[in-house]
Design a protein around this ligand. Structure first.
Ligand SMILES: N[C@@H](CCC(=O)N[C@@H](CS)C(=O)NCC(=O)O)C(=O)O
Length: 345
């Protein structure tokens, strides 16, 4: 009986492995440590989220998640290989083990969470879908898009929402689809579409780079919820915990007033037990994650807190795209937003 149970278990594991459910018993942390760096997936350069500076270095709020996890594991944010993968390929590249982590404006949806061999982590940006139109089109309201051609990237929730929106409002919109969002925008700019639709933050970043931004505008409507979240392969709780709590460490640091500049001073002098615990001066929070006690200290020291990263890359910082945080879902919960870390104790 015992032997039979054992054999059944082995057959079960082999079947899972042959089905490509590599995460069933894979320990991503061990794989990453052995390799010596994290493989983190982003998309084609997109302002605010993952972009390239003139030296070829990636930066952005999603890149900061990659750097945070590299810091948690290695204490060094540069132990990182950034992989730029197309929107179409992104989930397969994570599920088949090419990437350890996906951090690229992916909307958390039920089908993605249940059918693609992935687990979504806490959102690091709450977005919503919108439309950009030419000002001289006279369109000021999305209901005027009746019979319009709308340019959209394929393999996205954006494409599905556009179809829903047209159907719900009897608009008869034609979806003009593209793999490459640069070709999508060029087609729109050359008059091939009446509007372009994408996550509003991406629309804002892309519009700023149009030849004459003032000729275009983003319509006020927000037609969907787009909680943009990192994702990991499913069935690897340890790795999921590391990524989940790295995101929460960024948020918790902001809640506690810990910044990249004051983290050493706070670790040495704070009287707040929550500060001492997150920074590893007290307690053993890292142990449960399979990391050392400095894991969150290293995140904050190397990357800063959530708000610092928002300001740098999404807000008014020199590399930012000028999207106000105040009054938005991306504010801390204490300011009426959705950014909230469970207790770190
Ligand atoms: N949030 C949507 C849209 C994702 C998306 O298209 N993201 C854009 C930026 S908002 C992107 O990745 N662009 C770069 C690329 O296509 O490689 C989804 O998850 O389907």
């Amino acid at each position: 009986m015992k032997l039979r149970t054992k054999i059944t278990t082995l057959v079960g594991l082999a079947a899972l492995a042959s089905m490509g459910v590599s995460g069933a018993f894979a320990q991503t942390l061990e794989i990453v440590k052995e390799r010596g760096h994290l493989r983190c997936q982003v998309g084609a350069p997109t302002p605010g989220f993952y972009n390239l500076d003139s030296d070829g270095n990636w930066y952005g709020i999603d890149v900061a998640i990659c750097q945070a996890v590299a810091s948690a594991v290695f204490g060094d944010k540069s132990k990182l290989e950034i992989q730029s993968v197309t929107t179409q390929q992104r989930f397969t590249a994570l599920a088949n083990g090419d990437s350890d982590l996906l951090s690229r404006t992916a909307t958390w949806t039920l089908s993605r969470d249940t059918r693609l061999g992935l687990d979504f982590m806490p959102p690091n940006f709450y977005d919503g879908q919108g439309f950009t139109v030419r000002k001289d089109s006279g369109i000021t309201n999305a209901m005027q898009l009746k019979g319009a051609k709308v340019c959209v990237t394929t393999g996205t929730s954006t494409e599905l929402n556009l179809t829903d929106f047209s159907r719900e409002n009897d608009l008869g919109i034609s979806n003009v689809t593209f793999d490459d969002f640069n070709v999508r925008d060029d087609t729109y700019l050359n008059g091939g579409c009446d509007a372009v639709t994408a996550d509003k933050s991406a629309l804002a970043g892309n519009l700023a780079a149009f030849p004459v931004p003032a000729d275009h505008m983003i319509l006020p409507i927000t037609l969907s919820k787009e909680p943009l979240a990192p994702a990991v392969r499913q069935n690897d709780s340890q790795w999921a915990n590391i990524v989940r709590w790295s995101v929460f460490a960024l948020i918790n640091a902001e809640e506690l007033g810990i910044t990249q500049a004051n983290v050493d001073e706070m670790r040495a002098n704070s009287k707040n037990p929550s500060v001492l615990r997150i920074l590893g001066a007290e307690g053993e929070l890292g142990e449960g994650l399979g990391l050392d006690k400095d894991w969150a200290y290293n995140i904050i020291k190397n990357v800063g807190n959530y708000g610092e990263n928002y300001d740098r890359f999404i807000g008014d910082g020199p590399q930012g795209i000028g999207i106000a945080r105040e009054g938005s879902l991306n504010a801390l919960w204490t300011n009426g937003g959705l950014m909230y870390s469970p207790p770190m104790r």
